[in-house]
Design a protein around this ligand. Structure first.
Ligand code: SF4
Length: 745
């Protein structure tokens, strides 16, 4: 291929458009990396509506990882202490089919679990749902999005009657006040931040408020940084609401016509006077008042959040409490306004549309709604009652199921839970107990591969065709432009092949991913995420489009069509919500604080997060030289005052311990990190990046310390905070730097 291809960046939920050029260009030498692998050149796609040609270091270097450390052939072993042996696809798939049949007979369908990923394309997600929920009769499909944004899903659903971020990126350039809470947007969603930053710099009246215990790059750019104590978000939000109400910055017409349940909320926020809130949050009273004033005086307020809100034992309550502020001031459904959840993964949004969590079904339907189940069953042509009425196991409940022996087959695809799950030692022990783990991934080695009985090589982004949806609901076709290595296959093809071998031939007879997508969009018809007017062909010829995009639109063409898609950039512009009475719901929550709060023995709060260059567990970015140089090793941020008390100096090795809930135990986990002493962190809080698993660094796994206590509504674990103790130790720091062992397959 000599022509360029347009596609979407496969890293974060910003979803930037990329243009890739083949390694061989006429008249030029082949572009190669140091190991001689051909490298595709990547640049931003100026025509992509979400990113307008911009791209960050991850997107710009993505092609450098594509050839390295790839899993090329199916592999099997009978037990975890044996080496893998290469097998044919036939042998691997037969073993999986036999195991599925055995588990169905001996344990029932609930003994089967699949743990998928926001790296999936929508077609992969859809086929996995159809197989598990529709034909195997279990809702035990969950994705790593459970750890990322399920609180946002729950919050939107409960407040608005349906999931779906109501805003678009254009709002970043139309707002008068951006309120960023629990998001280091500058590093984790850099191109979104870039758009906001340009607007903010150009317009002196535009305010930017950042709420974060760390003085991140995002906070540095703000007019007002509220470095609240971890776990006090709801105190802060209720305190702002208290002041908005006291000062009369409320939209009573909007509240009367479009919302419900304000009185109960007003009663709760009455308990959050500013003096008390400032004290609880550890911020200055005048800063709290300034935040309320900025919000109240601004015509158009846009809030942005990500994991800092979602990864919490009260994640849904936090999201809903933030939405309350928009409902009070009528900041929704208009340009430059709204509560905007930034998704972590490139196609976490597509997963939501395809029903890719244990509690949802395709087309923004939910498992516990009998009508929704019946609609999906009818569509799939399976007997009524096939889809269980109860949600399936969430990510962490799958781990618990391995511990109790209730999970007889664990199928992991496109994710690395042996690094990314909370309480990683416990997770790893549970994985050791798994009687049958299938691990389907593009890369080898990974930390999770060590716990698999069967390895299935997956074709990844660039090697298969499918669609992905970004945080602003823009759907982009990602065409195949390279051949997969060895015998790797697209995820959806693997799932469909297993389904056919199980005897479900009729439901899975797809010849291409375009056919899969054609079926998927039909199931969205009439739903909030209606994409029934989209197809691979349409997206291929027109370029990225935003949903809702109902089937009646394809009759429109050219400017008329563009106009129609533009007028639907935002949800709820008619101020009617997806609840039965069309009104949005206020929610009244008191702050519960952290599930694992500090005390005398564990006096610090550990928070974890991402760095600008790295992506998740480094499966790709750890193999890219430029990014490795940018972020060579893990570290722990400590405030100078805390460091002095503990006698810790820059680069000293610090042992970090978190607590077990059983009183007799000595600690849940231990990690060792070089100290980075910085004023950027609030005293009493420490920060560790989450990217280093066992392959990349010894004893520096952030999730060795975290716990699985989850929000009771979204069931998203509180990865963002746990109590720890610190101690300076003296061992050679070289042991922290470790190259991953080379692939053996
Ligand atoms: S901001 Fe996100 S989507 Fe855009 S290039 Fe960077 S990693 Fe990719």
């Amino acid at each position: 291929m000599t022509n360029s291809a347009k596609t979407l960046c496969p890293y974060c939920g910003v979803g930037c458009g990329l243009e890739v050029l083949p390694p061989a260009q006429p008249g030029k030498p082949v572009n190669r990396d140091r190991e001689g692998n051909p490298i595709w050149q990547v640049r931003g796609d100026r025509d992509h509506p979400s990113s307008l040609g911009k791209v960050c270091v991850k997107g710009a270097t993505v092609s450098e990882s594509l050839e390295k450390s790839r899993l090329k052939y199916p592999m099997m072993r009978d037990s975890l202490d044996e080496p893998f042996r290469r097998v044919s696809w036939d042998q691997a798939l037969e073993a999986i089919v036999n195991r599925i049949q055995t588990v169905r007979l001996t344990q029932g369908p609930d003994g089967l679990c699949m743990y998928g990923s926001g790296q999936f394309q929508t077609e992969d997600y859809y086929i996995a749902q159809k197989l598990f929920k529709g034909f195997l009769g279990t809702n035990n499909f969950d994705a790593n999005s459970r750890l990322c944004m399920s609180s946002a899903v729950a919050g939107y659903t409960q407040s608005f009657g349906s999931d779906g971020p109501p805003c678009c990126y254009e709002d970043l350039e139309l707002t008068d006040c951006a309120f960023l809470i629990g998001t280091n947007t500058a590093e984790c969603h850099p191109i979104v931040f870039n758009r906001l930053r340009v607007h903010h710099k150009k317009n002196r009246k535009v305010k930017m408020i950042v709420v974060d215990p760390r003085r991140t790059k995002t906070a540095e750019a703000a007019d007002l940084h509220l470095a609240i104590k971890p776990g006090t978000d709801i105190d802060l939000l209720n305190g702002i609401a208290h002041l908005l109400l006291r000062w009369g910055y409320i939209d009573t017409v909007f509240m009367d016509d479009c919302t419900k349940d304000f009185p109960a909320y007003a009663e709760v926020i009455g308990h959050y006077p500013p003096e008390l809130v400032a004290r609880k949050c550890g911020i200055r009273l005048d800063d709290l008042e300034k935040a309320a004033k900025y919000w109240g005086e601004s015509e158009r307020v846009l809030s942005l959040w990500s994991m800092g809100m979602n990864q919490s034992s009260e994640g849904t309550a936090k999201v809903r409490t933030l939405i309350n502020l928009h409902l009070m001031t009528g900041d929704i459904g208009k340009p430059g306004t709204g509560p905007f959840s930034l998704t972590g993964q490139p196609n976490a949004m597509g997963g939501r549309e395809a029903g890719g969590l244990a509690n949802i079904l395709p087309g923004y339907r939910v498992v516990n709604n009998p009508e929704h189940r019946a609609e999906v069953e009818q569509f799939w042509g399976v007997p009524l009652g096939t889809i269980p009425a109860q949600r399936g196991r969430t990510a962490w409940e799958m781990i618990e199921g391995l511990e109790t022996g209730e999970v007889g087959l664990f199928w992991i695809a496109a994710t690395n839970p042996a690094v990314s799950m909370p309480d990683i030692k416990r997770t790893q022990q549970a994985l050791m107990r798994s009687p049958f783990t299938v691990y389907q991934d593009a890369y080898y080695p990974t930390e999770t591969a060590a716990y698999a009985h069967i390895l299935l090589p997956a074709a990844q982004w660039s090697e298969k065709t499918g669609v992905m949806t970004n945080s602003e609901r823009v759907v982009t076709l990602c065409p195949q432009f390279r051949n997969p290595p060895g015998e790797a296959r697209p995820d959806w093809e693997i799932f469909a092949e297993v389904a056919r071998r199980l005897g479900f031939k009729k439901g899975f007879n797809f010849k291409s991913s375009a056919e899969v997508y054609e079926e998927f969009v039909r199931i969205t018809e009439g739903r909030p995420c209606d994409s029934s007017g989209l197809s691979h062909e349409k997206l291929g010829t027109h370029g990225p489009l935003q949903w809702p995009y109902p089937y009646r639109w394809p009759s429109l063409e050219g400017e008329e069509e563009k106009q129609q898609n533009r007028t639907n950039k935002r949800l709820y512009t008619d101020l009617r919500f997806n609840t039965p009475d069309g009104r949005a719901r206020f929610a009244a929550y008191h702050c519960q604080g952290l599930a694992d709060p500090p005390d005398n023995d564990y006096p610090f709060v550990l928070t974890i997060g991402r760095l600008y260059g790295h992506w998740h567990t480094q499966t790709r970015t750890g193999r890219i030289e430029k990014i490795q140089k940018m972020h060579p090793k893990p570290f722990i941020e400590i405030h100078p005052r805390d460091a002095e008390k503990l006698g810790i100096e820059e680069n000293d090795l610090v042992e970090v311990r978190s607590r077990l809930r059983e009183p007799s135990a000595t600690g849940r986990g231990i990690g060792q990190f070089p100290a980075m002493i910085t004023q950027a962190i609030t005293p009493g809080t420490v920060f560790v990046p989450m990217h280093w698993g066992a392959l990349w660094s010894k004893d520096a796994q952030a999730n060795a310390l975290t716990h699985p206590i989850a929000c009771p509504i979204s069931l998203q674990p509180e990865l963002k905070a746990c109590a720890v103790q610190l101690e300076k130790i003296t061992i050679a720091t070289e042991s922290l730097d470790q190259e991953p062992s080379e692939a053996v397959v």
